[in-house]
Write a protein that binds this ligand. Structure first.
Ligand SMILES: Cc1ncc(COP(=O)(O)O)c(C=O)c1O
Length: 396
């Protein structure tokens, strides 16, 4: 019996693969601050559970493959508030934003085709591409430019006849960059010139700091070129609910993606119901509160990181991540060291090595991603652990 080359080639999630080290640290009595994964500590709003309870079903039956009608309607209303122009029929409920990305890539690219990514990028883009035998072609965003969008020339360099789409997250995981209108337009213009799709992953669109505004790809034309990926995971601190959205104005593309949706029947119906409760009963006030909480956390991480000598990073503008270059030879070894061999008063921290967020081999070797998803005090403590940890690691 053999395993597929596809499975053998696939990388482990850089966010999750070091978890056994954290489990071991905990077994040895250490407290671990988890800044490795985008799992917020905030409570999932009670509106989620209330709606499920008051719409209790005798039978939890399958829903339509594109989702419960009331949920698609609720999302259509929500997107109207954001002027994104999506109607009921443009919205497909998926099992997390993850499934929306898989549907998008599956519907527009064949094995061997190429997808342009802006590296460092959300690591699972690589996982999904590997699952589907697609090739990622990377343009590099540089920390010294605040991870701004690379120039058109850089995009030209990686474009080929096999390119089918550009995929990017805005605000960015893992850099925290928030693209300006000019930057988003540059991607759109490039896609238009080359006749390819744009997959715009907007799962962090609520989290933009210092008065910045999120620019959706839906502000531009032609809309049939765009697929928007969305998710309730971070917005409502409901990662485990597994509810996302695949949205497009392109009816033919929607019909192709529907075939994938039908083959997996439907997304979890109980969680779909809870999401109706979230969308109907939480308004801009909730969004504003969440944004402020993450901005405070961003300030905490920025303040503490600024005290560490020899590191380099840019103040994040959005999402809840920061990419940081450390004065260590190998960030993955450093993460293992923090978990295995280091603590302050029985406490240590876990972060994600950034190598898995690049397509270009050998990149990100000294970088980490910090997810500032804990309370400011915990973030500060974790940053101090990283600071002292760097000294101890380099002295060993
Ligand atoms: C940029 C980005 N897109 C998509 C996802 C997938 O989210 P989910 O499948 O939980 O909706 C994540 C999760 O971390 C993400 O950071």
């Amino acid at each position: 019996m053999n395993f597929s080359q596809r499975a053998l080639n696939m990388q482990e999630s850089p966010i999750r693969k070091l978890i056994p080290y954290a489990e071991n640290a905990k077994k040895n009595g250490k407290k671990v601050y988890h800044l490795n994964i985008g799992q917020p500590d905030l409570e999932t709003p009670k509106e989620f559970y209330d709606y499920i309870e008051s719409n209790r079903q005798k039978v939890i039956s399958y829903s339509h493959s594109a989702g419960l009608p009331e949920l698609r309607e609720a999302f259509a209303d929500y997107y109207k508030r954001w002027n994104m122009g999506f109607e009921y029929e443009d919205i497909m409920i998926t099992t997390g934003g993850s499934e929306a990305i898989i549907f998008a890539l599956s519907a527009i690219a064949d094995p061997g085709d190429e997808i342009i990514v802006i590296e460092p990028f959300y690591a699972n883009y690589r996982g999904f591409a590997e699952m589907l035998n697609l090739k990622l072609k990377a343009v590099r965003a540089l920390p010294e430019n605040g991870y701004a969008l690379p120039s058109k020339e850089e995009f030209e360099k990686v474009y080929s006849e096999k390119t089918r789409a550009v995929i990017f997250s805005n605000p960015s995981n893992p850099t925290g960059a928030v693209y300006t209108s000019e930057e988003v337009k540059r991607i759109v213009d490039f896609a238009e010139e080359k006749d390819i799709f744009v997959i715009s992953d907007e799962v962090y669109k609520e989290f933009t700091f210092d008065g910045r505004k999120h620019v959706s790809v839906m502000e531009f034309e032609p809309k049939e070129r765009f697929i928007v990926v969305d998710s309730i995971s971070k917005r409502y601190s409901a990662c485990g609910a597994r509810i996302g959205v695949f949205a497009t104005k392109n009816k033919k593309l929607f019909a192709q993606a529907m075939k994938f949706a039908q083959s997996r029947l439907c997304s979890p119906v109980v969680a779909q119901l809870g999401t109706v409760g979230l969308l109907k009963n939480l308004d801009e006030k909730y969004t504003e509160e969440m944004k402020n909480i993450y901005q405070q956390r961003r300030d905490a991480v920025y303040e503490e990181l600024s005290k560490i000598e020899g590191i380099s990073f840019k103040k994040p503008q959005g999402s809840f991540y920061v990419s940081v270059e450390l004065p260590v030879d190998d960030s993955e070894e450093f993460v293992k060291f923090l978990l295995n061999d280091f603590d302050i008063d029985g406490e240590t921290a876990m972060v994600a090595p950034l190598n898995g967020f690049y397509a270009t081999e050998g990149s990100g070797k000294k970088e980490i991603r910090i997810a500032y998803v804990l309370e400011p005090q915990a973030i500060k403590k974790a940053c101090r652990i990283i600071k002292e940890g760097i000294k101890a690691y380099n002295e060993k």
